[in-house]
Design a protein around this ligand. Sequence first.
Ligand code: GDP
Length: 335
Amino acid sequence: MSAGAPVLALSGGVGGAKLALGLDKILAPGALTVVVNTGDDFEHLGLSISPDIDTLLYTLSGLADPTRGWGRRDESWNFMRALTALGGPDWFALGDADLALHVQRSRRLAQGETLEAISADFARALGVATRIVPMCNERVRTRLRGEEEGWLDFQTYFVRQRCAPVLREIVYEGAAQARPRTPLQQLAADGGAALRALVLCPSNPWLSLDPILALPGVRAALGASVAPVIAVSPIVAGDAVKGPTAKLMREFGLPVTHGSIARHWRGLVDALIVDVDEPGLRESCGDEVEIIVAPTLMKSLADREHLAEIVLQAADRICAVRAGRAAAPSSARRP
Ligand code: GDP
């Protein structure tokens, strides 16, 4: 596979966007497509909000706030101040410039345009060459059953209740009826034959990537991909870098280890990149998954680019081995 061949990444928000930025920087402009989770999307103050798509848009355009980890840099907060003064809800903070994006998206959705078309236009307007594609245009909503709270909407759990509820169950409402968007349809149709790599970013497997895999045909397409599938573990130094991944794993009775991540992706990935080796990790995933130990904590842009290089090197190596294997039988048959 040539170095200029396209790369497809699946991503949630912050963790995924870090690696997507690394890939975006080292690949030729336009070579990367990121399919983004929309299970976190919600309606608030009459607006349609797509948090993970916006994280990708802001991160890849250089507009993301580097310290808060969400929203835009150099943001002003007049709207929130005025809203709060009027007794409006203040649990979900919307900066003024961020608000403009939600208003424009909501306006266009109300006119019948698709989330895919709107996201593509926003990426263009913000100077992003990478394709940022929602996993589907239909409404899919991740819902969580808290031990004491019962069923919760995703943002109620994530933002309003700061991930405090102990989770017992997760569903991706509407996923079975939704239609995966073009890059996922293409993957199902041609097995990823044109792709250099298919990347599972270090997003929360249960809350950010599984909603994408819950769409009809996506899990099977990933399992059947001829393009190497490379995942990066979101566990670093035995914990999540941010967010509820580790807490959720404990609540589901899973050890917070790369082994649990490897088992989650079993049958789907060819290689898993982890920050440290664990006793028994290689044995627990069998021969099917190559374990690659590399620095996976992305603090700087250089860290992001370095990890992206490791991902692509892994994919190229797997491709080369497969090509060698495919060529071997004919020469072996010669007397
Ligand atoms: P969200 O939708 O904003 O919660 O973001 P994601 O699901 O994309 O990312 C959350 C996951 O990213 C968490 O499990 C974190 O552990 C992981 N994460 C964040 N930063 C890093 C990093 O620098 N390296 C790795 N390996 N994982 C990270």
